[in-house]
Ligand binder design. Structure first.
Ligand SMILES: *Cc1c(COP(=O)(O)O)cnc(C)c1O
Length: 233
């Protein structure tokens, strides 16, 4: 395992984030990196942590649970983010482990989270997932349909709803992804008006398109493969 390569990759991604932020005329530090560690072995995750990554993203609740346990010695400075689909029967166990849940994809799940958060002192924040690409295999509210649920969303007062999340169409590059990012920002602006929630966070952008996402207002980019290139050797 090549820890030096991981460190170098992280620096490069951080530099690219800073550059895209500056180029977009946005304030330094307004975009945060979630380092996606799904399917990566623990030694690679440790190398990433030792290089300075603190917000770590996992897709699958069960894999998250395993990593939280086997990497517990890294301590409370690790902030785990669940970026994939959460099944309602996994809510109770997952909630106390994470700082943020990015992909709340239905009103039903949001209500379950809201109920569970009632008994927590520090519940995690959540983003609501919108399917902006129209692909049938993507989770989330279909485009603007989330606006129909504005009232019900605003009624969930225990779980902090901090923004929206999307994934661009599979196989698109930066420019191909741009319409998805523009759409998410537009839906956010309208949902903000209807709910009175600030919805400051836009979780959008992955290895192939995070700079475009930043240009369109991303505050959280979820980057995996770019951090681990060449790490196996
Ligand atoms: C895997 C994954 C990412 C990271 O993708 P990369 O292309 O490896 O950067 C981001 N978001 C979600 C939801 C993912 O599943």
């Amino acid at each position: 395992m090549n820890a030096g390569r991981i460190r170098e990759n992280l620096r490069q991604v951080e530099d690219r984030i800073a550059e895209a932020t500056r180029r977009s005329g946005r304030a330094g530090g307004s975009v945060r990196l979630v380092a996606v560690t799904k399917r990566r072995p623990n030694d690679q995750v440790r190398a990433l942590y030792e290089s300075g990554a603190r917000a770590l993203g996992e897709n699958y609740p069960q894999e998250l649970w395993g990593k939280v346990e086997s990497l517990a010695d890294l301590g409370p400075r690790v902030r785990w983010h669940l970026i994939g689909h959460l099944q309602s029967n996994k809510v109770k166990k997952t909630l106390p482990m994470v700082a943020m849940i990015h992909a709340v994809d239905s009103l039903k799940l949001l209500r379950i989270l809201d109920e569970a958060a009632r008994s927590m002192e520090n519940p995690p924040s959540v983003c609501l997932q919108v399917n902006t690409s129209g692909e049938v295999n993507k989770h989330g509210w279909e485009g603007g349909s989330i606006l129909d649920d504005a009232e019900s969303i605003a009624a969930c007062r225990s779980i902090p709803i901090v923004g929206l999340m999307t994934m661009a169409a599979f196989g698109t590059d930066g420019e191909g992804a741009r319409p998805s990012f523009v759409a998410l920002r537009g839906v956010r602006d309208r949902l903000r008006e209807r709910t009175g929630l600030a919805l400051d966070e836009l979780s959008m952008g992955m290895s192939g398109d995070f700079e475009t996402a930043i240009e369109e207002g991303a505050t959280l980019v979820r980057v995996g493969s770019a951090l681990f290139e060449g790490a196996e050797s």
